[in-house]
Design a protein around this ligand. Structure first.
Ligand code: ATP
Ligand code: MG
Length: 412
């Protein structure tokens, strides 16, 4: 675990693979509707960042999202991807360059997992070997064992697993942009939290440009680099960082949308990877228990982290438990508290409370163990977040509507 710090900062040096998206005066008028569903919106979505679209039901979130990949044709305005004006290019061509994930994955039920993932690569004419390799890589990326899941049909998967396959499918041809419409709306809260953490981890690795529609403001705070709060007609009420929206909502509409407990929500802002982790003594299945115990004693640690051949945590036996063993067991202990390095401190705290361990194991790249987070570290960080929350400043990207006075960041 000597390279804990390296592992955690690694993502920051990775290159951005996403492209910026610019909506310029984009309007959608549905036939027979009095008012436009989306009214002259201008929005810059920075490359390699996650932008969350939130707002009341019917305010135009889905319409805005679908105009980006032209599942819905804009009535007016331009859409620019990177440097390229894509307003008039072929929609199918465009959609091959933009991954799209809908609720519950939207998988084709008559195709296996592998076939679902292979759709776009096949359309692009990749050969079978390359498609197979890519499928394996992507299943790994979304933490589904390729040999177990490759040949299953969607109905043989849980909702969360289907959603993961949906993400794998959207990423198949390595598009610079990923659009997601309430991707985690259909799963239970615990699965939702895991999928969110997974997405954060994947994004840390890939640095795509990701636009996500959500109903859940807490989810927006957790996942977003930026949040757009829309009112009806996709009028931008505020476009800013989660920190600033929470600390300085632009008006009463935004304030009411955030709901009560904005202060508490700020605790959802800080990630496990941002705090100092403790080191741990590790062992592998089959190792001598006496040897592991001796190393734990020498280091002054109460527990030993058992990791598999890919450094993924399996169990976390105490010294007392080790005394009763001859060799380290292979079995995974489902009660082991584990959080991804992209999880929020709130999530880490939840995990610790559920397992009553007072600490949790932290995993980074591909689920590998990187260190231990303790309840003391979380409490200290939470106090620091409280203090720092209001002075987060950043140059907000532009977002306006044609008919509104400029609605930039809250101070813009
Ligand atoms: N195909 C359509 N024909 C006519 N009107 C539509 C169509 N699709 C959406 N609308 C209307 O456009 C407005 C915006 O719809 P949209 O689906 O973009 O909202 P949303 O913000 O995604 O809402 P929700 O949170 O409920 O998903 C709504 O008033 C809706 O009734
Ligand atoms: Mg919608």
């Amino acid at each position: 675990m000597s390279d804990t710090a390296t592992a955690r900062s690694e993502g920051d040096e990775r290159t951005i693979t996403g492209k910026a998206i610019r909506l310029e005066g984009v309007t959608k008028r549905y036939p027979g509707q009095q008012r436009p569903a989306v009214d002259g919106v201008t929005l810059e979505i920075p490359a390699g960042q996650v932008v969350m679209l939130v707002g009341p039901s019917g305010c135009g979130k889905t319409t805005t999202l679908k105009m980006i990949n032209r599942l819905i044709e804009p009535t007016e305005g331009r859409i620019v991807l990177g440097e390229e004006d894509v307003t008039d290019i072929d929609g199918d061509d465009l959609r091959r360059r933009i991954g799209y994930v809908i609720q519950a994955g939207g998988l084709f039920p008559h195709m296996t997992v592998a076939q679902n993932i292979a759709i776009v690569p096949k359309m692009l004419g990749w050969d079978d070997a390359r498609v197979k390799e890519r499928t394996t890589e992507l299943l790994d990326l979304v933490s589904l064992d390729p040999d177990t899941y490759r040949d299953r049909y969607p109905k043989e998967l849980s909702g969360g697993q289907q959603q993961r396959v949906g993400v794998a499918r959207a990423l198949a041809a390595d598009p610079p942009v990923l659009l997601m419409d309430e991707p985690f709306g259909a799963v239970d809260p615990i699965t939702r939290q895991r999928l969110q953490d997974e997405l954060i981890r994947i994004q840390h690795e890939l640095r795509k440009t990701i636009v996500i529609v959500t109903h859940d403001f807490d989810e927006a705070v957790k996942l977003g680099d930026w949040i757009v709060v829309f009112r009806e007609g996709a009028h931008i009420a505020q476009y800013d960082t989660p920190e600033r929206i929470l600390a300085e909502p632009a008006d009463e509409f935004v304030e009411s949308f955030i709901g009560s407990g904005a202060g508490l929500k700020q605790l959802g802002l800080q990630r496990v990877r941002d705090v100092d982790l403790a080191e741990a003594v590790t062992a592998r299945p089959g190792d001598s228990a006496a040897d592991a115990l001796a190393r734990a004693e020498a280091a002054g640690h109460g527990h030993v982290v058992v990791v598999d051949e890919r450094d993924r945590p399996l169990s976390w036996p105490s010294r007392r438990a080790l005394q009763r063993m001859t060799s380290i067991p292979e079995a995974a202990d489902p009660k082991t508290p584990v959080v991804g390095s992209g999880a929020t401190l709130n999530d880490a705290l939840d995990e610790m409370l559920v397992s009553s361990a007072g600490a949790a194991l932290v995993t980074g790249h591909r689920g590998a163990f990187v260190g231990v987070i303790t309840v003391e570290v979380v409490m200290a960080a939470i106090s620091a977040v409280r203090a720092a929350a209001s002075d987060a400043m950043a140059g907000a990207p532009v977002g306006t509507n044609a008919s509104d006075p400029a609605a930039r960041g809250s101070d813009g």
